[in-house]
Design a protein around this ligand. Sequence first.
Ligand code: NAI
Length: 344
Amino acid sequence: MKFAFFDAKPYDKPSFDKFGAENGVEFKYFETKLNEDTVGLAKDFDGVCVFVNDTVNSAVIDKLCEMNVRVVALRCAGFNNVDMKYAFGRIHVLRVPAYSPYAVAEHTMAMLLTSIRRIHKAYIRTRDFNFSLAGMTGFDLHGKTVGVIGTGRIGRVFIDICRGFGMKVLAYDKFPAREIEDGETVRYADLDELFSQSDIISLHCPLTDDTYHIIDEKSVEKCKKGVVILNTSRGALVDAEALLSGIKSRKIGAACLDVYEEESDFFFEDFSGHILEDDVLARLISMPNVIVTSHQAFLTEEALSNIAQTTVENIVGYFKNKQCPNELCYRCGNAEDCRDGKCF
Ligand code: NAI
């Protein structure tokens, strides 16, 4: 099986080469992202392997089908970059539903601690032999309330980490998992209560029509003054302009962003030495209380290995059995319900 691997980075290759070679899957690496202009590169391949910022829209799907390429193997969990409705019945979309919830949850806590204890500032100061503590006052996490939106795999690990810090957790999920409520530190609440009571809000839900701009001007208005917003899920969960206004008005105390709505134009590439065209991103980065990482929350050795292994297993499973438990269906948004044709 030959797969065209788009948006390839040096850190992808070792694990994909290893699991590919062990299972008879050959990857041809392309640095470019998949989109309408580059889809032609997939000619003569059995499938394409894509990541979060590749584009799998109707035009790309049509072209892939025309070239008889029938499998899109996502090497990520989120699939908002795939037009699933259009893909249905035309092309098979496989994904990696989980690879290391710890990687993302731990990165979220790393960003939070960095931000509220001013570690990013201290690092730069002491390198310049500036040992002053002026402006470095932080706050304890112990006893604070964190609002967690999305209590799936990553949200739950993050909740466990927060409990370890002695924080109270208000959770919100479209499909609450009541078993995580402990009657003491973790309970579900509606969004209004979560916004108005939380000192910190962390997003761990997928990007859907329901969650698009879940943090916008209206929700920011409902928040506590000084709220810290954490987004390690998907950029468009946050209206970046509303976030910026909230920061400028001092309503938002800090923001930690591993994702950004327009990230596909910038993230994963080196723009140092260039003039950044996105004024909102540039302004956010210029703020002393905003930390941006470039969609790196997943990037641990464990996660990279799990991603490669599951992607290869998906491909092998699909070509051997014409069925893969991680195939996506646009109707249920996951695989489990599709297995016996319930959704199809
Ligand atoms: P998951 O599928 O285990 O959990 C998502 C949770 O969100 C589920 O409990 C679901 O019921 C809930 N949800 C769905 N619609 C909702 C809504 N309208 N409002 C509130 N909750 C809703 O997914 P997982 O593995 O925990 O991943 C969460 C998100 O993290 C992914 O969707 C992805 O966007 C992001 N992610 C980011 C990474 C990064 O490197 N920054 C890496 C991996 C995932």
